[in-house]
Design a protein around this ligand. Structure first.
Ligand SMILES: [Zn+2]
Length: 99
């Protein structure tokens, strides 16, 4: 369990100084059924290409356990200028609590 403060005093690249910023987790995007990558993958699943790709992504690594944590995407919104910025690297966590 990772607990993060909802309001943090962080550097804002737009104001170029430390300001109070509100943390918000990004919503999960829908998979685009019509996009080329999705159709290509779906065709490979139906036709079969060796043992890849797996329909269920957790079967990707055989012999190994499927990961218990996942990448969390969130962004900070500056209270002074209203612009939002993202941290450079996505954080990995099983459970994320914003308080
Ligand atoms: Zn700002």
């Amino acid at each position: 369990m990772v607990k993060l403060a909802k309001e943090q005093n962080r550097y804002c690249p737009y104001c170029k100084k430390h300001t109070l910023q509100v943390l918000k987790e990004d919503s999960k995007g829908k998979s685009n059924v019509l996009n080329k990558r999705f159709r290509h993958r779906q065709a490979n699943i139906e036709k079969g290409y060796g043992s890849f790709p797996y329909e269920d992504p957790s079967h990707r690594s055989r012999g190994r356990k499927s990961p218990t944590s996942k990448k969390r995407n969130f962004h900070y919104t500056c209270k002074e200028c209203g612009k939002s910025n993202k941290p450079r690297e996505a954080m990995r966590a099983g459970k994320l609590e914003i308080a």
